[in-house]
Ligand binder design. Structure first.
Ligand SMILES: Cc1cc2nc3c(=O)[nH]c(=O)nc-3n(C[C@H](O)[C@H](O)[C@H](O)COP(=O)(O)O)c2cc1C
Length: 274
């Protein structure tokens, strides 16, 4: 790999030239910096043992206190994927992907152990424990996504499984103390519809040194809005920039696609969030 490759990938990641002195590229950095979500898949099966490989990569992620309070449901059945796609904002590429992996915050395993031993496990009733389980699930999911990309596969996360979590919970028969965090579509990418590396906010906008400085925000956002207006012009011509899109997405409960009720759905799973 040429040292110039990392400069080219970093350039694509920011939509502009960045710091001149980057370390020598290696395969891990190349995979990370080349990331792009893939939403078009070929009607091809995954290579044998892909699921196991992704799960081994997922389980290699760090885990808070090594509690490993996460699990995953692998869905390959077409009818089930279709029902999950409906529950997740009719995102039809969920049906196209041969594998839909749903990552779960899972406190059921330890709850059962405690019950069997008649021991207290009141710690699972606290918000931090749910966050710990959710973080573990997300770290595992990110490892699985990067593993899939390193194997030449395409993938995209599906947060929309939290739009109507009760449907996902019923479909996957999730027991109490288990909650769906994020889905991951995995498939062979359709290279005729290749996607581009999506630029991110300038580093200077969100890297604070020693102490937080709000003054870094405004300039970076102005630059980024222009970069993203250009980036999106290849796909659409509404002229909407990143900040407008972000503010619309978070305008109010009505723009949260049902997730304004998430707390109720979590409580329903006997996860107390004290
Ligand atoms: C937690 C999470 C949930 C996401 N949910 C969805 C989703 O439901 N549908 C979708 O098309 N993309 C989803 N995405 C993908 C983001 O839209 C995508 O990562 C973002 O636009 C940046 O693009 P890139 O991944 O190609 O760099 C999700 C990403 C994350 C991290």
């Amino acid at each position: 790999m040429k040292p110039s490759d990392i400069a080219a990938l970093a350039h694509a990641r920011y939509g502009q030239k960045i710091v001149p002195h980057l370390p020598k590229i290696n395969p891990v950095l190349e995979t990370l910096l080349s990331h792009r979500s893939v939403r078009r898949f070929l009607e091809a099966p995954l290579p044998p043992d892909t699921l196991e490989m992704l799960m081994i990569a997922a389980q290699s992620a760090s885990s808070s206190s090594n509690l490993q309070m996460w699990s995953a449901v692998a869905v390959e059945d077409g009818a089930r994927k279709a029902r999950l796609a409906d529950a997740a904002g009719q995102q039809n590429f969920i049906k196209q992907a041969p594998l839909f992996l749903i990552f779960l915050a899972d406190m059921a395993m330890l709850a059962d152990v405690a019950k069997g031993r008649q021991q207290a496990l009141d710690g699972i009733d606290y918000l931090d424990t749910f966050l710990v389980a959710a973080f573990d699930a997300v770290l595992a999911a990110q490892n699985a996504l990067i593993a899939a990309e390193s194997m030449g596969l395409g993938a995209v996360f599906i947060g929309a499984i939290r739009n109507q979590p009760e449907k996902v919970i019923a479909e996957l028969r999730l027991p109490e103390h288990v909650f769906p965090i994020v889905g991951l579509c995995v498939g062979v990418p359709d290279l005729t519809r290749e996607t581009q590396i999506k630029p991110r906010l300038p580093l200077s906008t969100l890297l604070h040194r020693e102490q937080y400085d709000k003054k870094q925000h405004a300039d970076g956002i102005t630059v980024y809005d222009e970069i993203m207006r250009n980036f999106y012009s290849a796909y659409r011509n509404d002229g909407i920039c990143w900040s407008e899109q972000a503010l619309t997405r978070l305008h109010g409960p009505e723009t949260l696609a049902g997730r304004d009720h998430l707390r109720d759905a979590i409580l329903q799973q006997k996860i107390a969030l004290k």
